[in-house]
Design a binder for this molecule. Sequence first.
Ligand code: HEC
Ligand code: HEC
Length: 122
Amino acid sequence: MEPHSTQRRARACKDCHQDPKVLGLGFGKITLREGRLLFEPLEAPFGETKIRLSQIVDPQGNTLVKFNRPNMRGFNRGELERVLKVGLCLNCHPPEHKIFLEWKGDFLCPQYPFLRSLFFSR
Ligand code: HEC
Ligand code: HEC
């Protein structure tokens, strides 16, 4: 058993680039609908609050919790969108594909030009 969260093997690309829990959005599902990335939470809010216990940011990139260190925060909206856009491409392109090495934010897929208009909404 390895009791620590550190280990020799790095996490796979998809573990970060496609996982809303890892990105701080909490348990849920991310889908692409009409050029928009949609996050659907799969956990009920806690008590009377709007906060889900597995969540630290909302899809607009607002940090919802207090951290115990100065300047610590969740990912902002731009960061979430950039990470998730890479996640989308990883569905078809293998991690070692040159697009990830030569990555530019406004990269388009010639096969799927609509992937240009990524937009995150709830
Ligand atoms: C531990 C989590 C994690 C893992 C594992 C990871 N990434 Fe990332 N990746 C990030 C974060 C965080 C960013 C920065 C997002 C930002 O601030 O723009 C990023 C950025 C990127 C970017 C640049 C995106 C942009 O628009 O600037 C590319 C391309 C990328 N990752 C590809 C990969 C590939 C390919 C792998 C696997 C070989 C991988 N990543 C593994 C977390 C991860
Ligand atoms: C639904 C599957 C799918 C998704 C998702 C996808 N692609 Fe593609 N992409 C393809 C296919 C199929 C090709 C043509 C075969 C190839 O070159 O691998 C291609 C080709 C490309 C090429 C040309 C590669 C070359 O060697 O000239 C680029 C660049 C590219 N994709 C970028 C992207 C980016 C960036 C994303 C994410 C925003 C993305 N793709 C998402 C299927 C996909």
